[in-house]
Design a protein around this ligand. Structure first.
Ligand code: GLU
Length: 508
């Protein structure tokens, strides 16, 4: 590869970035970084009807959150700008003129109603070499008539004049040669006078050429457009520097039956957007960020949807992904969206976080649950977090697992009470309070043997005593090692909880 690698992610700001689009951006980024190339973010906003305010900011924010760095773009600047298509009208106008002058495109005046009528008249009507002579365009009308219509301000479009009967070959790095005959293509609209804007096809090709894009890496849904793009490169005389194509496999529903949709996420309870999306006056869609996913986990999870490193590594940092990434290990068939795997990645990444960082993430959750984090030291919160993190999938799960470190129980699990609390228990707990009160060293290591020896010397049932003890302190018979809990809570709090339990727990 002697050409500098330059790739682009080219979303249209028509709504929140779908998770499939995020994966496309990620693969572009990994490929660019791997080859020391450039990553361009181009905003393709030529479809004025589908423009959604806020979508561009959303795209920027999502990519930044995930650590997908952009080298050239609207915010970043760069030598090939502007990077927003609506700011490149002059460039497109000039290129439309180039095609018109070369006879590779023509002007068409057919109104929507006229086109509709034709469709009613001719089954499977297609605007192409077989029909264009019977339509109202610069090929069928006299030159003066064309001029007159334009001077009068008639609306028109510019169509690509596709020669029929040519084999068009798309070279896809993933799929090999994809061949189709140009006769199946219609004369695509390249430009509309009504809004003085090009269509996606023209703008996309012109920009890829001018921005010296070396590889077009995009979703499979764009494969049908690729033959037209190949023909456009030819028409401009740019075939020698045309980019290589990679059309990535679709993201499929978790059961593999069809394309992943927002409805699947709603139905099965997982987000299909990186960040929460608040449409104007519409329903909020959930995002990975707000659902408690770590960006590193999302990146790792997405990277493996359609690609593998060629060995069985699963947990990979961005740097490792960059090092290992290649299209040789991309699959051609769709990738099932296994959201349980996404949860698993998040669990794994949470385990890797230092307790201090996890504790910082936990603070807002504490606050949301009515606990003032400032009432506890950072060390205390970190220690509590560290003890329970093995059981969590999301930061918010920490509350369920660790709430007793921050609030004495005000209710006791009835099943555990039934099983572990008998008539004798209050008396035994009273003795336990004395044993604990007499201790100088309340650390887990020191307290455990003392309590266990006392239980043995009295001939009490170990499980019953320890579980009743736990019930008073935690509120249920679950949680980390008992003496680790009491060490962190401290002697006074532990004893006060046992006493409160004795007063409040009433066996049936
Ligand atoms: N604007 C197109 C999109 O929204 C870009 C497709 C391409 O990458 O060529 O995905």
């Amino acid at each position: 590869m002697d050409r500098k690698v330059r790739v682009r992610f080219a979303p249209s700001p028509t709504g929140p970035l779908h998770i499939g689009g995020v994966r496309t951006a990620l693969y572009n980024y990994l490929f660019a970084r791997k080859h020391g190339g450039d990553m361009i973010l181009r905003i393709e906003d030529t479809d004025s009807h589908r423009f959604v305010p806020g979508a561009e900011d959303y795209i920027n924010e999502a990519l930044a959150w995930l650590g997908i760095g952009i080298d050239e773009g609207v915010r970043e600047g760069g030598a090939y700008g502007p990077y927003k298509q609506s700011e490149r009208r002059d460039i497109y106008r000039e290129h439309v003129k180039m095609l018109l002058d070369a006879g590779k495109a023509y002007i068409a005046f057919d109104t929507p109603a006229e086109l509709e009528a034709k469709r009613g008249e001719i089954a499977n009507f297609q605007y192409d070499a077989s029909t264009r002579d019977s339509m109202r365009n610069s090929l069928s009308l006299p030159a003066e008539e064309v001029k007159r219509l334009i001077d009068e301000g008639a609306q028109y479009v510019v169509r690509f004049k596709i020669e029929p009967g040519i084999d068009v070959v798309v070279n896809d790095l993933l799929r090999g040669e994809v061949k189709i005959n140009s006769s199946v293509l219609d004369d695509k609209v390249l430009y509309k006078s009504s809004d003085d804007l090009p269509t996606y096809h023209l703008a996309n090709i012109v920009d890829d050429h001018l921005m010296e894009v070396s590889h077009v890496i995009r979703g499979e849904e764009w494969l049908p457009s690729a033959p037209l793009h190949v023909l456009l490169y030819e028409a401009f005389g740019w075939s020698d520097t045309a980019p290589s194509f990679v059309h990535l496999p679709l993201l499929l529903k978790p059961d593999g039956k069809g394309k992943l949709s927002k409805r699947d996420g709603d139905r099965l309870g997982f987000p299909v957007f990186p960040l929460e999306w608040h449409p104007e006056g519409g329903e909020v869609s959930s995002g990975y960020r707000e659902s408690g996913y770590l960006p590193e986990a999302v990146v790792n999870f997405l990277a493996l949807l359609g690609w593998n490193p060629g060995d069985d590594s699963e947990i990979m940092s961005m740097d490792e992904l960059i090092e290992k990434f290649d299209f040789g290990h991309c699959s051609k068939s769709g990738a099932k969206f296994d959201f349980e795997k996404g949860r698993w990645f998040n669990h794994e990444y949470l385990q890797k976080l230092p307790d201090e960082r996890l504790a910082a993430l936990f603070k807002p959750v504490l606050e949301a649950n009515g606990v003032n984090p400032a009432d506890f030291s950072d060390e205390y919160i970190a220690a509590a977090t560290g003890m329970v993190k093995g059981r969590i999938y999301f930061v918010k799960d920490l509350w369920d697992q660790a709430k007793f470190f921050f609030k004495a129980p005000d209710a006791y699990n009835p099943k555990d009470v039934k099983k572990r609390w008998s008539e004798d228990t209050p008396r035994i707990m009273g003795e336990l309070v004395e044993v604990l009160a007499a201790m100088d060293d309340f650390s887990s290591k020191a307290a455990e043997p003392v309590v266990l020896d006392w239980i043995a010397s009295k001939g009490y049932h170990l499980g019953n005593v320890m579980n009743a003890f736990r019930l008073t302190v935690v509120g249920e018979c679950k949680g980390p090692h008992m003496f680790d809990i009491t060490e962190l809570l401290g002697k006074d709090e532990t004893i006060s909880r046992i006493k409160k339990g004795v007063e409040s727990i009433k066996p049936e």
